[in-house]
Ligand binder design. Structure first.
Ligand SMILES: Nc1ncnc2c1ncn2[C@@H]1O[C@H](COP(=O)(O)OP(=O)(O)OP(=O)(O)O)[C@@H](O)[C@H]1O
Ligand SMILES: [Mg+2]
Length: 353
């Protein structure tokens, strides 16, 4: 396997800037998730890497190999990239083994080499014993594993997956997430995994690239994406929470600053080099708690039962249009309309754009 480097990659469809000036490096063996709202350019990015689309600007390298540039376009079949789509695209009339071996037969691989590679791919995805079944005789998860084996049989340099679990129910998704994680650990494959399910991205990925309007909004480890979003888009898109106005008065040590939020003074986390002045602050549910002596008065305006816990939206008195969110055990949840007081333990100053 090899890594992947995109430099200033842009792709337009007419007036639509589907992918715009994307710089991205994926390390050899890394699991990168690409996350973002519908239409933000995820599939286009993947199709550019696979060579299904030509780029307008920039370069794509697979390891040291220049695969895409405006004046150069390596055909898909010469890229040795494995691709798994949401729809498994299996041949219904072929057996499991036949489907998995199909790309090998296209490449004229025959005999013992063929048999060995099909058996190895089926073993990797745990389908040994089901060789003679047809796709209609398999569960959704098993079909997706056939698609994965068919991708692995070509010994790809890089594996691209476009929402591979989107058609599966929640229980099967969870089981398949475990299998993808295992598959990644076993093969050391470089994987680029598109999803719009952030829990899935958080579970699986070494790093997550968040896309917005064709651009990369932030690329970071899941924890940093959640705790230190670089802009409003990522703060609002990843996880739950509120974005409220604030004012930084001074920088303290260790990535902290003194700031005013909702009319009160707090110590918040901030990026190095944060300047004093007006800012926007990201407050996660776990940054807030209910306490009789809390300095932020407000009112519970919405309760959403989440099974054992309740998500509570609070309108703070200082800014009644804002909505602070916290999650409480059921028995601790206030009634709708009840006046409450909150304390703030933590918060993140979103860096200026
Ligand atoms: N072949 C095409 N011709 C014209 N416009 C296209 C084409 N393919 C994609 N687009 C447009 O480019 C933008 C990005 O599309 P893309 O399919 O990459 O989004 P996505 O992030 O994969 O969305 P989703 O989450 O819905 O799958 C969209 O505005 C889409 O309408
Ligand atoms: Mg898509």
């Amino acid at each position: 396997m090899v890594g992947l480097t995109l430099t200033s990659v842009s792709k337009r469809f007419g007036e639509t800037r589907a992918v715009e000036a994307v710089d991205l490096s994926v390390a050899d063996g890394e699991f990168l998730a690409v996350l973002g709202p519908s239409g933000c350019g995820k599939t286009t990015l993947l199709r550019l890497i696979a060579g299904f689309e030509r780029l307008d600007q920039g370069t794509i390298h697979l390891g040291d190999l220049l695969a895409s540039a405006p004046e150069r376009h390596l055909p898909t079949e010469d890229r040795r990239i494995g691709i798994v789509f949401q729809s498994y695209a299996l041949w219904p009339h072929m057996t499991v083994a036949g489907n998995v071996g199909y790309p090998l037969r296209v490449q004229k691989v025959r005999g013992s080499d063929y048999d060995r590679r099909v058996a190895a791919a089926l073993q990797t995805v745990g389908l040994t014993g089901l060789e003679e079944r047809r796709p209609a005789e398999l569960s959704g998860g098993q079909r997706q594993r056939v698609a994965l084996a068919r991708c692995m049989v070509m010994e790809p340099r890089i594996v691209l997956l476009d929402e591979p679990l989107a058609n599966l129910d929640v229980h099967l998704r969870a089981a398949m997430e475990d299998e993808f994680a295992e598959f990644h650990a076993n093969t050391g494959a470089t994987m680029v995994y598109i999803t719009h399910d952030q829990a899935e991205a958080m579970t699986l990925a070494d790093r997550i690239a968040v896309m917005d309007g064709g651009r990369l909004a932030q690329v970071a480890q899941p924890r940093d994406l959640y705790r230190k979003p670089e802009n409003d888009m990522v703060a609002g898109f990843i996880g739950q929470g509120a974005i409220v106005p604030g004012h930084v008065s001074s920088l303290l040590r260790d990535g902290r600053c003194a700031a005013t939020v909702l009319g009160r003074d707090f110590v918040l986390r901030c990026a190095p080099g944060q300047q004093p002045g007006a800012v926007r602050v990201c407050l996660r549910p776990e940054d807030l708690s209910l306490a009789p002596e809390g300095s932020i008065p407000g009112r519970a305006v919405r309760l959403t039962y989440k099974g054992g816990v309740t998500a509570v939206d609070i309108a703070p008195e200082a800014d009644p249009e804002a909505r602070l969110q916290l999650t409480l055990l059921d028995k601790r949840a206030p009634a709708k309309g009840e006046a409450v007081r909150l304390t703030l333990q933590d918060g993140w100053v979103i860096p200026a754009a």
